[in-house]
Design a protein around this ligand. Structure first.
Ligand SMILES: C[S@@+](CC[C@H](N)C(=O)[O-])C[C@H]1O[C@@H](n2cnc3c(N)ncnc32)[C@H](O)[C@@H]1O
Length: 253
């Protein structure tokens, strides 16, 4: 599939996926929540931890900063941030109460406090200029990216940093074909091993389709700049299959 040009991409993603995003995804994540972390380890061939460490190394942190993890899921990011800097004030927001319940249990077991907000991240219920750092990992394919990234820009303090990590659409056609073949096999294998429910299994094709219409690393950088972020940089892995973006809210003039 050749994705539509960048200017039309969000409208096409919206038209194609808005029903799944609005009506179906939350039930799928409720089913996935108990085995989400185990499933990720299997799907990433044990590399999940190394991806997380690489992402965390790119995050700039100072003691006592206020951090928001958007689409926090089972709090993998919040916990990793607190392990690195225990004085942080960490907030997580996610629409799935089931994912956040697992995340709260994981954080509590380690003695960490992560303030949880359940809701749709297309409207962030926080004041303007509020957070020093905002993170978002492995969820943007399910979101109206421009809306959420604009909200993140609003709640960041001037000079604050946005760190984004996700699977991206590779630029190279051969890499892309190999990647999708691997992903299909991997999703089948993982759902067999962890015993996915029929509701979650149904989403395997959606996960591939959503990636097909997603952004390459370069396109994601362009979107961030168009929305008003500055100093946008990206570090890619495996020929652009995975990207770690860093973007800054301009300091006040
Ligand atoms: C693949 S998980 C990623 C979780 C976590 N960031 C991680 O890296 O493990 C995607 C998460 O995005 C959340 N999500 C998807 N759409 C959302 C929305 N519109 N508002 C809030 N959360 C959403 C899901 O509930 C799920 O927890």
């Amino acid at each position: 599939m050749v994705p539509p040009p960048l200017a039309a991409r969000e409208a096409v993603r919206e038209q194609r996926f808005s029903d799944v995003w609005t009506n179906e995804l939350n039930d799928a994540f409720a089913d996935i929540a108990p085995y989400y972390d185990r499933g990720n380890q299997i799907a990433a061939l044990g590399l999940w931890g190394s991806f997380l460490r690489r992402f965390m190394r790119s995050v700039d942190l100072q003691p006592k900063q206020k951090v928001l993890d958007v689409c926090g899921g089972t709090n993998a990011i919040g916990i990793a941030l607190l392990k690195r800097e225990p004085t942080l004030d960490v907030h997580a927001m996610d629409r799935s109460a089931a994912m956040q319940t697992v995340g709260q249990q994981r954080a509590a077991a380690l003695g960490f406090n992560i303030k949880s907000t359940i809701g749709d991240v297309h409207k962030l219920p926080f004041p303007d200029n509020h957070f020093d750092v905002v993170t978002l990992q492995f969820a943007s394919r399910h979101l109206r990216v421009r809306e959420v990234f604009s909200e993140i820009l609003r709640v960041l303090k001037p000079g604050g940093h946005f760190h984004h990590s996700d699977m991206l659409r590779p630029q190279n056609a051969i890499v892309k074909t190999l990647y999708y073949t691997y992903l299909k096999a991997c999703l089948n294998f993982t759902s067999f091993i962890v015993g996915s429910s029929p509701a979650a299994t149904k989403f395997k094709q959606y996960f591939i389709d959503a990636l097909e219409l997603f952004y390459t690393a370069e396109e994601m950088s362009i979107v961030l700049r168009e929305l008003g972020y500055v100093d946008v940089t990206v570090d890619t892995v495996f020929y652009g299959m995975l990207g770690f973006h860093r973007a800054v809210k301009p300091a006040k003039a």
